[in-house]
Design a protein around this ligand. Structure first.
Ligand code: ADP
Ligand code: MG
Length: 238
């Protein structure tokens, strides 16, 4: 059986992450279990310091947990070599942070193409895909603009399109609207809803905007490195 086809796109099972903290250790993640399937849009909420970004870093295979299992697209991440992990991340994971981190000298379309170039993909296919994605995020007209010619919301749209270039199964998004006003924040969350449906990504979004939770399928709350999960967003107390 191919678990990559049938199982959740991302599973964390009893994942703990400890950081040295003076003479003792700090548990950033404390026996966290979570599964996200394709086409599911999960919000991750909780106070600052509760472990949300740590969870994304572990899910992105950027940080190794102290204990527990991370299963990404059917693969046990701990069983992979460093090179295999890098390639799994590049093939399966799209990462979107609060600050778009675009390269100042490149146009929107070039921001997307450079990633494909670094992944060793063909330029022609990359161009078609980049044009399609810029259209999806509503930036066809801005394809040849550089970051300073774009608004904050437009830069975040480029960031989202770039994360989708590798056709990821898992999309990890850390506070994508923290730098945006209300109207732009809502349109970014709506866009993430749309791409989750259209590309069937398993999307995990860390957010402080509880009013946008109804746009997502489920909500998990973190507190002191522990997680709890509610299925119906509208039933979440704010
Ligand atoms: P959140 O994203 O919910 O604000 P984080 O995952 O960033 O929380 O942090 C969880 C805890 O882990 C915090 O106490 C934070 O100080 C600690 N932490 C995060 N990253 C590191 C690190 N690289 N080294 C040491 N402690 C860290
Ligand atoms: Mg954080």
């Amino acid at each position: 059986m191919n678990t990559a086809l049938n199982g959740p796109a991302l599973s964390l099972v009893n994942v703990s992450l400890e950081y040295p903290d003076g003479t003792s250790t700090l548990k950033a993640l404390d026996a966290v279990s979570l599964s996200v399937r394709r086409s599911e849009f999960l919000s991750l909420v909780g106070p600052s310091g509760s472990g949300k970004s740590s969870l994304l870093a572990v899910a992105a295979t950027l940080v190794k947990p102290t204990a527990g299992l991370v299963i990404l697209a059917g693969q046990d991440v701990a069983a992979l070599s460093e090179a295999e992990r890098t390639s799994l991340r590049s093939d399966k994971v799209g990462i979107i942070f609060q600050q778009p981190n675009l390269l100042p000298a490149l146009t929107a379309v070039e921001q997307l193409l450079i990633r494909e170039h670094l992944r060793g993909k063909r330029v022609r296919e990359g161009r078609e895909k980049a044009a399609e994605l810029l259209d999806v995020v509503g930036l066809s007209e801005a394809a040849h603009k550089r970051p300073h010619q774009l608004s904050g919301g437009q830069r975040q749209r480029v960031n989202i399109a770039r994360a989708l270039m590798g056709s990821p199964t898992v999309l990890l998004v850390d506070e994508p609207t923290a730098a945006l006003d209300h109207e732009r924040s809502e349109s970014i969350v709506r866009l993430l809803r749309q791409v989750t449906d259209e590309f069937r990504t398993a999307t995990v979004m860390v957010t402080h905007d509880t009013e946008f939770l109804p746009l997502t399928d489920s909500v998990a709350t973190m507190r002191d490195g522990r997680i709890s999960r509610a299925v119906v967003p509208s039933a979440q107390p704010n």
